[in-house]
Design a protein around this ligand. Structure first.
Ligand SMILES: [Zn+2]
Length: 330
């Protein structure tokens, strides 16, 4: 179940969906697409509550339907994520078949049954193909919402059977207000890059971990490679190895972005203005060829982490390249 994020940003999308629901002309299969962490799944769950609420101010959060949906116990709210039985992150054909059978059954109590596939890009080809007919013509009263940040990974046949709803980044001003209300510095809103999910993580203390990492990486710059590798070892040892590795990739991406700002005289856009002096060394060594090569290396590191390659292995090759690119600073 997606975390219960508050609804922030994308208010126009929300209003359009509410209006369609009020006029009883919801499309039977939506594709909610947009960047990670902007609240697509949250809006899908909200719509399920909105449509089925028995109160007057919908969704009231207090009626039987709202309460069951909020606790994840509503029999007519089906949220399908990657198959826990599989090693890779995939919605399997077994899950698809179970779903097809389940939606043939009578609804329990809901006005409209909601099936949320999140992330829909985890559907493997067999699962996607077996769902085509159901997506095209779901049983009466069944509503599909497919959620994805990687719309290009979906089969065209799936895309063509759904109505696309585009979610944009959450405006910085709204994130600032959101973070401010939780005692987090407004400068973090810029780092959240329009993602509420990211802002929540920052608000929950990730900011501190990032700062520590950033300083460690910058301090190791220009030092023998072994220093960077010591960092890799520390990050690899953590319990959630892969998540930590992703954090390192995030921080490297920010530093690279900042180095580009320095190289282009755009100090006003720096995420880490306090580190300008060290970033200038990066800019001098990297811009522009090394910068492009590092950007590619980061993208490939992300792909490898997504494919469950060992976090430490990924970081080691990343740091080896960074070291090579930065050798001009020594
Ligand atoms: Zn309600």
């Amino acid at each position: 179940m997606a975390p219960a994020f508050p609804l922030v940003g994308n208010l126009a999308v929300q209003a359009r969906l509410a209006q369609a629901a009020d006029e009883d002309r919801l499309h039977h299969a939506y594709l909610f697409e947009g960047p990670d962490g902007v609240g697509k799944a949250t809006f899908a769950l909200w719509l399920a509550r909105y449509v089925n609420c028995e109160g007057t101010r919908r969704p009231c959060g207090e009626c039987r339907s709202c309460r069951l949906m909020l606790t994840g116990g509503h029999p007519d709210l089906v949220v399908i994520g990657p198959d826990p039985e599989k090693v890779t992150r995939v919605i399997s054909v077994d899950q698809a078949h179970q779903l097809i059978n389940a939606v043939q059954l009578q609804r329990h109590s809901a006005k409209r049954r909601f099936v949320i596939l999140d992330p829909a890009d985890a559907l493997n080809e067999d699962a996607a193909n077996s769902l085509l007919k159901t997506l095209e013509e779901p049983p009466r009263g069944t509503q599909f919402i497919l959620v994805t940040a990687r719309v290009a990974s979906l089969l065209q046949t799936i895309r063509s059977r759904t109505q696309r709803v585009r979610f944009g980044p959450v405006p910085e001003a709204e994130l600032t207000a959101f973070l401010g209300a939780r005692g987090v510095s407004p400068e973090m809103a810029r780092m959240a890059g329009g993602s509420l999910g990211q802002a929540m993580k920052l608000a929950e203390g990730e900011a501190e971990a990032r700062t520590t990492l950033r300083d460690a990486i910058l301090d190791a710059t220009g030092q023998p490679l072994v220093k960077l590798f010591a960092l890799t070892e520390a990050e690899g040892k953590r319990e959630e190895g892969v998540n930590r590795a992703e954090l390192v990739v995030d921080v490297l991406e920010e530093l690279l972005r900042d180095a580009a700002c320095v190289a282009n005289d755009r100090d006003d856009r720096l995420l880490h203005p306090a580190k300008r002096a060290q970033l200038a060394l990066w800019a001098r060594a990297l811009w522009p060829g090394g910068h492009a090569r590092m950007a590619l290396a980061l993208a490939s590191a992300r792909d490898r982490l997504r494919l469950n390659v060992n976090g430490r292995t990924v970081l080691e090759s990343l740091f080896a390249q960074l070291n090579l690119e930065l050798s001009a600073t020594r």
